[in-house]
Ligand binder design. Structure first.
Ligand code: TRP
Length: 476
């Protein structure tokens, strides 16, 4: 397309990368034939491997000699790997399910989506660059996958700042603890890197997908904003917006939506999101609206019109399809690709086969639950990895890997040593299910009570301020 621009990663398009790869393959063969030194061959092979990784990242496909990428290729969900009976995990923006009690196989998801693992090296690097102890979500593999985090850190080390973008689909007034995960982590990222944050409330999305009125969706957006603010965000560094408001208020935002719309075909969104001919056209064009905040020029009031500020998106892995699409379009409309940090799902009380859902009260601990409700829900509904009788439990021990109370503690208990001790004691049978649940209840009750206190203190004026397009305390 005419607007093609460099993407900062060398190759501009899958085709160009494919051609580079083919040339590099020939180079390796030529070096080997010419009996070049081992060092020369190794260097050429290293480059070849790097190009193959880039190719997989860009197209979602493995490079095959003689098979050029198809036109308009967008990194797809590679689908469950062929063969293997346990490959039935469903993960898309609307459904999450698996047959495995331990939850979704996240390593397989990394391969399927073509992202990269958050490994120890990356966690160590985040520690080094930020100068802070990594958040427990990083230490414990809850933010387990990423795209381009090293690039973000490289740039940050060279004093090139970036910004954070995350969001929430306001489908009801009731938020549950699972909804807090990306916001707790985003708050930590904002604190340690001292960078701007934009939060998109997709009231338009919920109107299009659910049986709700526009007014209700917008009202839920404002109500949810209060819970987000209660996570402790700094009003001088954070812009929260409802799509229904901001689309009409910001010509720059809408321009970016249109640019994305022009560069993605119906075929592509069908492939990525599974839309069919009978989906309303609002759904079909919505992905462009979730893509637009990934580009700094959508917020001229914050970035002074600059279009080159890198974006980092912390989100649950089910949102990745939107951002695979975004990353594919970005270089074609002259913008940097957003980087991503993906989290695992917050399991339902009934078990890790699915995530918490706000529409089923018994699967979730809500931010409005009383201490008593929390206690009852955990005791009654939290799936236990313990044995049926105390005798058996003492003898054989429990299974923390499928135990929901233990899983929740890995999200919320800060102390690593204490968590490890709980795990060992539960597995050995020294700690009983009731005792484990009690530990969780005692962790959740004060956490949720404090959230409720902070939310109560959020005033209407404060919400208005957070949601007003305005400059933030940063100089770009
Ligand atoms: N689609 C998301 C949801 O339904 C909301 C959302 C919009 C989002 N932009 C985002 C989530 C960016 C994470 C990151 O919840």
């Amino acid at each position: 397309m005419a607007e093609c621009q460099g993407d900062g990663e060398g190759a501009k398009s899958p085709m160009e990368l494919y051609e580079k790869l083919t040339a590099q393959g020939e180079q390796v063969r030529a070096l080997k034939t010419a009996k070049a030194t081992k060092a020369d061959v190794d260097a050429a092979v290293q480059l070849l491997i790097q190009l193959k990784t880039d190719y997989k990242q860009m197209t979602g496909q493995d490079y095959k000699a003689g098979c050029p990428p198809s036109e308009n290729s967008v990194a797809p969900d590679n689908g469950p790997a062929a063969g293997g009976a346990d490959d039935e995990d469903t993960v898309d923006p609307w459904n999450v399910s698996t047959n495995n009690a331990k939850g979704v196989d996240y390593d397989k998801l990394i391969l399927r989506f073509g992202s990269s693992k958050v490994d120890k090296e990356l966690v160590d690097r985040i520690e080094k660059v930020s100068g802070q102890k990594p958040h427990r979500f990083l230490r414990r593999g809850i933010f387990f996958s990423h795209r381009d985090m090293h690039q973000v850190l490289d740039a940050y080390e060279k004093q090139k700042s970036f910004y954070l973008y995350t969001g929430r689909g306001p489908s009801s007034e009731a938020m549950h603890v699972g909804h807090l995960i990306p916001f707790i982590f985003t708050k930590w990222l904002q604190d340690v890197f001292d960078i701007p944050l934009v939060v998109q409330l997709t009231d338009d999305e919920k109107y299009l997908w659910k049986d709700l009125s526009l007014e209700d969706c917008h009202r839920f957006a404002v109500e949810n904003a209060k819970d987000i603010i209660a996570c402790g965000f700094d009003v001088n560094k954070t812009f929260i917006f409802s799509d229904l408001d901001y689309m009409g208020a910001s010509p720059e935002f809408y321009r970016n939506v249109v640019k994305v719309q022009k560069h993605v075909t119906f075929n592509q969104v069908k492939g990525i999101f599974g839309f069919t001919d009978s989906d309303c056209i609002g759904k079909i064009s919505f992905p462009a609206i979730q893509a637009a905040p990934s580009f700094s020029s959508s917020f001229p009031q914050i970035f002074k019109g600059r279009k080159d500020i890198q974006c980092l998106i912390p989100c649950a892995i089910d949102q990745d399809p939107y951002f695979r699409m975004t990353r594919d379009v970005a270089p074609r409309i002259g913008y940097p690709k957003p980087a991503l940090l993906h989290s695992t799902f917050f399991p339902a009380l009934q078990g890790a086969q699915t995530k918490m859902s706000a529409s089923d009260a018994n699967t979730s601990i809500f931010l409005t639950d009383t201490p008593k409700q929390i206690k009852n829900k955990v005791n009654k509904h939290a799936f236990s990895g313990g044995k049926d009788t105390v005798e058996e439990h003492r003898k054989y021990g429990g299974n923390p890997d499928v135990d929901v109370a233990f899983m929740y503690l890995t999200f919320f208990l800060e102390d690593d040593e204490q968590l490890e001790k709980i795990r060992q004691d539960y597995a050995s049978g020294a700690l009983l299910t009731g005792e484990l649940k009690k530990l969780l209840i005692e962790t959740l009750q004060p956490m949720i009570e404090q959230h409720q206190q902070r939310r109560k203190q959020v005033t209407e004026e404060e919400v208005k301020l957070f949601m007003t397009p305005r400059p933030l305390n940063f100089n770009f």
